[in-house]
Design a protein around this ligand. Structure first.
Ligand SMILES: *Cc1c(COP(=O)(O)O)cnc(C)c1O
Length: 338
């Protein structure tokens, strides 16, 4: 793409050439449809608009050092979309349908896939919405799967830098036995108020605690949390945490690099014992956390202004696989033949 300034791209929507849609009607999925429109025709009483019957995914394609384009763990996103769809009683797309739709979006927008070396990547946003007209609350009988993509810039433009996070005991992102473990828009709706409050106070993100007891760390905004101490990668386990594919990958990498891995309840007080802390997700891979401030008690946990050694190692190891610089020993990537 001649006139796109790859270096100045942020995490914003840029129009691309094609998106893919697939409708579920009369009990079955139809054919993939390709559209160059950014709009969808929608009924004013569609279930997604009124009752939040909406879920989504986020994954990336990377142009590698060898020029090949690779999708990162798309089957994992497909499985997670299936889990989200089951939870919202929406029709469940097959893994093949999901992956094919993603590959088509990559292929048909090839000129928007950032060149290697710019730090930019191609972000894919699959979403599934209940689309039939309803008035009463009940499962949607019709649904639309949409996949679009957009080039996004390097997350850290001036190098990977630790962030400040506000620990908020006042608001919850997700309830126990609610929908916290699936990727639904409703969870984001409940996080926007506390997120804005943190931003206004000068923090990058909110660290949520468990809604039932307010004793354990849950998630860092829309990213999973991890801490490192005594040669061990520790990440919270809870029924209301979204299972991050980045976190899953980091756990495997951590083990590979010689760390122990613990997935368990992490009490708030344990924060003071970590040597490194971070938030992880597709957008940034790892956002190292430099400081956590407990909004209600005033406690401050400092992890330093430099990226920790293990965080840096894991960050590099994961990006090396994504950009095809290292052998994909875990089988995480799939080449999209253009
Ligand atoms: C998407 C998401 C994540 C990160 O998941 P990845 O698969 O690593 O991108 C973490 N927490 C929440 C709440 C999310 O929605």
């Amino acid at each position: 793409m001649e006139n796109l300034d790859w270096a100045s791209l942020g995490f914003n929507y840029t129009k691309t050439d094609w998106n893919v849609r697939c409708s579920f009607r009369d009990g079955k999925w139809g054919e993939l449809e390709f559209s160059d429109s950014e709009y969808i025709p929608m009924h004013i009483s569609a279930a997604c608009l009124h009752y939040g019957l909406e879920l989504f995914e986020g994954l990336k394609a990377f142009r590698g050092a060898d020029g090949k384009v690779r999708l990162f763990r798309a089957e994992e996103n497909a499985k997670r979309m299936q889990a989200s769809a089951r939870k919202l009683c929406l029709p469940v797309p097959s893994i093949e349908l999901f992956v094919e739709a993603c590959e088509e979006v990559v292929r048909r927008n090839e000129r928007f896939i950032p060149p290697y070396g710019t730090g930019a990547s191609f972000y894919l946003r699959p979403l599934l919405i209940g689309s039939n007209a309803v008035l009463g609350v009940r499962p949607a009988t019709e649904a639309t799967l949409i996949v679009f993509g957009t080039p996004v810039g390097a997350y850290f433009k001036e190098g990977i830098k630790p962030i400040s996070v506000l620990l908020d005991r006042e608001f919850d992102r997700a309830a126990p036995r609610g929908t916290g473990e699936v990727k639904v828009g409703g969870n984001y709706a409940s996080s926007i108020y506390s997120g804005e409050r943190a931003h206004k106070a000068g923090f990058s993100n909110v660290l949520y605690v468990d809604a039932a007891e307010r004793k354990y760390i849950e998630e860092c905004g829309a990213a999973n949390f991890f801490g490192i101490k005594d040669g061990c990668y520790v990440t919270p386990k809870s029924g209301s945490i979204l299972p991050s594919i980045t976190n899953k990958s980091l756990r495997q990498l951590a083990e590979h690099l010689g760390l122990k891995v613990e997935e368990r309840a992490v009490p708030i007080e344990e924060l003071s014992t970590f040597e490194e802390a971070g938030a992880c997700g597709t957008a940034a891979v790892i956002s190292p956390i430099g400081k956590i401030v407990d909004m209600q008690t005033g406690d401050i946990y400092n992890f330093g202004n430099e990226v920790g050694e293990w965080s840096m190692k894991m960050y590099n190891a994961l990006q090396d696989i994504q950009y095809g610089r290292a052998e994909d020993v875990f089988g995480w990537t799939r080449e999209v033949v253009l």
